[in-house]
Ligand binder design. Sequence first.
Ligand code: FMN
Ligand code: 7N5
Length: 345
Amino acid sequence: MTHDFEARAAELLDAGAHGYFAGGAGDELTLRDNEASWGRVALTPRVLVDVAHRDTSVTLLGRERAHPFLVAPTAYQLEAHQDGETGTARAAAATGSIMVLSSQTTTDPREVAAAVGTADRWFQLYVYRDRGLSHDLVAAAREGGYEALVITVDFPFGGRRERTERSGFTLSHPPFVDGLAGPLSLAERHAMHDPTLTWDDIAAFGEASGLPVVLKGILHPADAARAVDAGVAGIVVSNHGGRQLDTVLSGADALGPVVEAVDGRIDVLVDGGIRRGWDAAKALALGADAVLVGRPVLWGLACEGAAGAQQALEQLVEEFDETLGLLGCPRARDLDGSYVTRRPS
Ligand SMILES: Cc1cc2nc3c(=O)[nH]c(=O)nc-3n(C[C@H](O)[C@H](O)[C@H](O)COP(=O)(O)O)c2cc1C
Ligand SMILES: CCCCC(=O)C(=O)O
């Protein structure tokens, strides 16, 4: 059970690493709201529908996928378990989930790729002040056969992570990028990010990489419309797991207006607080094409390595399949606004 993994990971990991993985920014209001806000969306099932066969598949960036779950990019996975990013990638491959590998991976992107053969993989890009460093990361991703570039746009610099500051958490496994940049403290890592990044820079990375670009970290419908104009293939509605600016809107609450602004022109993904298969069904009913899951996979990895990460993903897919049946909507593609309503408060 994913909730069991969460509790066990808190005991297994040392306090510094656990605080880094679990924590959010400021008073962690957004961190808590990310989970709570899916609870405020109520499902409205239909009955007497033949649900003997269910189809969890969706289409994303023009390709059919077995189900709507992706593994969100999360940094420093060797700090969670010795299986690290390679273990997560194996779990993603075994469950037909797309793995999004973080720019702050502790394993070489090509090594992660080699462990999973042809399985789907995307690469998350941080644009650093040292643009050459980001271009080197893109080159490694291209060599590793990553199929899309997820550029994170909600991180001009790091948010106020008070748990991490208090614990003085330091890394015991150097990130891959350190081989390129030299060893750094967490604070120095936050300062690597380029705060001058604007819309004008996005196209350059798309062109240089030759890969479809997905912008991660959009909450405002006007930015969603701007992303469509910028020619990207998709966006991720996200508040970075509540780790950047506290009290911003949750993914669940931001999603509807963004979907309206995008109006089907590009793919819309969402993350933050998705802990159950039915949360994903709500996301799709509200107009998302797919969802990313961060911490649940990390907790599985921390407890049981690749096998635990796989179990966490399997549980989500199973719950999603059951939700389609109990909701009377056997095809994930048919989920729409008629299956959800705002829970009366
Ligand atoms: C420990 C941790 C590390 C993260 N590292 C990255 C990262 O390197 N790049 C990135 O774009 N997002 C990063 N994120 C944000 C996640 O991709 C994702 O947006 C968020 O965790 C989703 O919320 P959830 O954990 O509630 O599922 C990180 C999140 C966590 C919890
Ligand atoms: C330099 C921080 C990279 C990881 C990250 O995005 C996070 O901790 O949220």
